[in-house]
Design a protein around this ligand. Sequence first.
Ligand code: NAD
Length: 290
Amino acid sequence: MKLLDGKVCADSLVADISRRVAGYVDSGLRKPHMTVILVGEHAPSESYVKSKIKSCENAGFESALLRFPESVTETELLEKIAAINADHATDGLIVQLPVPNHINSQNIINAIDPEKDIDGFHPTNFGRMTLGQKAFRPATAYGICKLLQFYEIPVKAKHCVVIGRSNIVGKPISIMLSNDFEIGNATVTLTHIETPRELLLDETRRADIIIVAVGIPGFVTEDMIKDGVVMIDVGINRLQTGKLVGDVDFENVSKKCSWITPVPGGVGRMTVAALMINTLMAYQNNFDLA
Ligand code: NAD
């Protein structure tokens, strides 16, 4: 078993980005700029936002963190997004999800200018990605592709099973890996909560690559997989002991895998790196550099 180390891969990608940024700055351009909106107090969001801001520093980007209280209204948030959309000095904008229940997250996502939508959640980017056009690709799914590419894991013609169909992970990664992309051309089965257990097992036991994003600790067990599978664990779950674990029973499953992502230090790191790639692309688009 070998580790698909998200930290090593992310550090390498961010170092490459920072070299490019240094070149742009040397030629007289401003630095790329990411703005993050954070609403309320949600411990996991605080930690995700912190790592995004830190990664901006490492990439040579400028960043701004705009905090709003839990009580902020949807209208106030939409006004702020409209102002940032109009600001030429901001290349990328993220609204950290989840937002409080009184705010409709889809309205928020839809309000972000697709050209600044570095999370890749806006319907325009999701549509472009699905059609195989140039797009900001959803960051976690894009990060997984970059990780597979970095470790030269064959994807073309492989049988890939995705467990979980969220708009931010399961759905986009199943589309991306089945598309005619550089990291793609797999045969993909997308499973979800209504997939009968026997059918799920039929699929996972034949899979060459499994990507699991369900949010249930220990969901994937050793009896569900064949020897040599590549296991991508997207889950981030905090146990009552405080320990962070994924959706895979790592100790037992890892013995059968050819490759597996650790949690933490796997897909989470790649999500942030993919955001940096998307921000650089937004910046290059702004200055016609690509
Ligand atoms: P979600 O929480 O929105 O939805 C869970 C999905 O799991 C649903 O699509 C559901 O159909 C599926 N599911 C639930 N039970 C199932 C079952 N028994 N069999 C098959 N499918 C089942 O999904 P999400 O937002 O993608 O989050 C999933 C996990 O990934 C969470 O732990 C989350 O914290 C984590 N996550 C990590 C990153 C990262 O960067 N590493 C990014 C996003 C989400």
